[in-house]
Design a protein around this ligand. Structure first.
Ligand code: AHR
Length: 539
């Protein structure tokens, strides 16, 4: 249960909160919001709205790969509905094949005629229910992954095996993917398997969670491995290397990892060793609690949103360390796993391990996370939701011929106009709301949001986390810009636990929201427990 909203003046500026005494709430409005498109800031990398798919439970097999002989509509074995929806979202990238799976994966197992590919061990075997197995068929390998990327229009981001392979295997994979036709034997082999043209993979993850399932290393040990992996790597395409970063959801955010890794690279500066990206993982982690994806109360609602926005502090802490070693910030964040992770119990089925019910709460968490990412656009190259389908924080659920988009999908849809936009300062006065959590109490921003500019269009996204009060928000343009038109959409539901199901796939869906325009101000009433996107055309 929330305490009543208290009114005091507060401002959220582009990168957080700062005093802003110039705006006073009008009697009719809870929040007055000033947007200044005359001084746009950093470009929001479209890759912030990226994806992650792993050979885990029902993510690849059934979720994405149904096989070419399936009755489920497919393009060469890939679920057509998934392709269509990812295209609709403009999905910018796909991270594959893991996750923990990546550090046990040997890419050669996934090439060649499907019938001849070996059946191999999958890391996730240990999580399967008794009597069920995670055996990897290798039906979906690099060629199938690249076909999926092409069909969606997404950039591939491949995570290499550091935990149980070696630099040679990595280098061969890079050559197999990127060597021009006729150069290496590996390019000939790729052509024999159907792809004469190189895949030109630019984004390479050098391992995954090397502090855990990727090798149980310290930051310093990993830095030594990392150097070996990238020193002799083939460079047909200028690679963007993503080094394994910290377990951001641990109690101290795992700052020791970051310190150890960057110290380990420091010794060899000048020898061409670099990390383009640093893979921060942040799960809003409720695995060790009774918190359930589907059944929760008000405290659970607020606890998830509150823990979710802690990612901003974790980013700040790691960025401060990175600033000491790399003041020019040549290394940027790749937040390649983020999302909510509840205790088990709401899986789609016994083989669909780590899948969970996705509700309106997860959509609001997504929106608040994206607003943080946008506000830190100068620091982030990429982010990848974990994981896109049939998993933790998924946009889709698919079991055989049944399929639905989740409320998280709608949040991605609402935020799409931010992709590639320039960050615009957004300032608002709204009291924080005091809330009760699962344990103790805290305060949440009364509204959180971000704004960006593309062409002559400003997109403002706002989340009202309150389970009690609507917010009347007056959006005013500053810096001499004139408002021509405003349109708004809203994502909400009377029931905070609302979810889409196979039977009711439209239960939580986007709706249009009236926006009243008068002079240079647009007014929208943001319902309780809602995300709103306002699109403003400027003259
Ligand atoms: O997304 C599920 C798992 O979470 C990934 O495989 C791993 O990298 C992380 O611990």
């Amino acid at each position: 249960m929330a305490f009543p909203r208290r009114r005091f003046l507060k401002t959220a500026a582009a990168a957080g909160c700062a005093a802003f005494a110039g705006l006073r709430p009008l009697a009719a409005a809870d929040a007055e919001i000033e947007i200044d498109p005359s001084s746009p800031g950093a470009r929001i990398s479209p890759h912030i709205y990226g994806h992650f798919i792993e050979h885990l439970g029902g993510v690849i097999y059934d979720g994405i790969w149904v096989g070419p002989d399936s009755k489920i509509p497919n393009l060469g074995g890939i679920r057509k509905q998934f392709i269509d929806d990812m295209k609709r979202l403009g999905a910018p990238n796909l991270r594959w094949p893991g996750g923990c799976f990546a550090d046990g994966y040997h890419w050669r197992d996934g090439i060649g005629p499907a019938a001849q590919r070996p059946r191999t061990y999958n890391y996730w075997e240990h999580r399967m229910p008794p009597g069920r197995h995670a055996t990897e068929s290798n039906a979906f390998g690099i060629h199938e992954f690249m076909r999926l990327c092409r069909l969606v229009g997404a950039e591939p981001y491949v995570a290499a095996n550091v935990g149980s392979a070696g630099p040679q295997e990595f280098h061969d994979w890079v050559s197999y993917c990127n060597a021009p036709p006729g150069t290496l034997s590996l390019a000939d082999e790729r052509a024999r398997h159907g792809d004469e043209e190189p895949f030109n993979v630019k984004y390479w993850g050098v391992g995954n969670e090397s502090w855990g399932c990727g090798g149980n290393m310290s930051g310093g040990e990993y830095a030594t491995e990392y150097r070996k992996y990238i020193s002799q790597v083939p460079t047909y395409v200028r690679p963007f290397f993503v080094a394994t970063g910290p377990r951001g959801h641990s109690a101290d955010g795992d700052v020791g990892w970051t310190e150890g890794f960057f110290a380990g690279l420091q010794n060899v500066r000048g020898l061409g060793v670099r990390a383009d990206g640093f893979a921060l993982h942040y799960y809003t982690d409720f695995r060790q609690t009774a918190e359930d994806g589907a059944k929760f109360d008000e405290k659970g609602w607020y606890a998830v949103l509150h823990k979710g926005i802690r990612i901003e502090k974790v980013m700040d802490d790691h960025w401060a360390i990175m600033s000491r070693y790399d003041p020019e910030h040549r290394t940027r964040f790749v937040i390649d796993e983020w999302g909510n992770w509840y205790r088990g119990g709401t899986e789609l089925g016994p083989d669909y391990i780590l899948s969970q019910t996705i509700t309106l709460r997860d959509a609001l968490h997504t929106a608040m996370t994206f607003d943080i990412f946008n506000r830190h656009a100068d620091k982030i190259e990429m982010a990848n939701v974990a994981q896109t389908i049939n998993c933790l924080h998924s946009l889709f659920a698919a079991v055989e011929d049944r399929y639905t988009r989740t409320p998280v999908y709608s949040a991605f849809e609402m935020y799409r106009p931010h992709m590639g936009g320039r960050l615009v300062p957004l300032r608002f006065n709204i009291p924080d709301i005091p809330v009760l959590l699962l344990e103790g109490s805290a305060r949440l921003p009364g509204l959180s949001g971000s704004a960006s500019l593309r062409d002559r269009s400003v997109t403002v996204t706002l989340t009202n986390p309150s389970l009690r009060d609507a917010v009347v928000a007056r959006l005013r343009l500053a810096g001499g810009a004139h408002l021509r038109e405003a349109r708004a959409t809203v994502l909400t539901h009377e029931d905070m636990r609302a979810a889409n199901t196979f039977e009711k796939p439209q239960e939580v869906a986007l709706a249009s929201l009236p926006a009243q325009v008068s002079a240079d101000t647009a007014t929208v009433t943001i319902p309780k427990q809602a995300v709103v996107a306002v699109s403003i055309q400027i003259a």
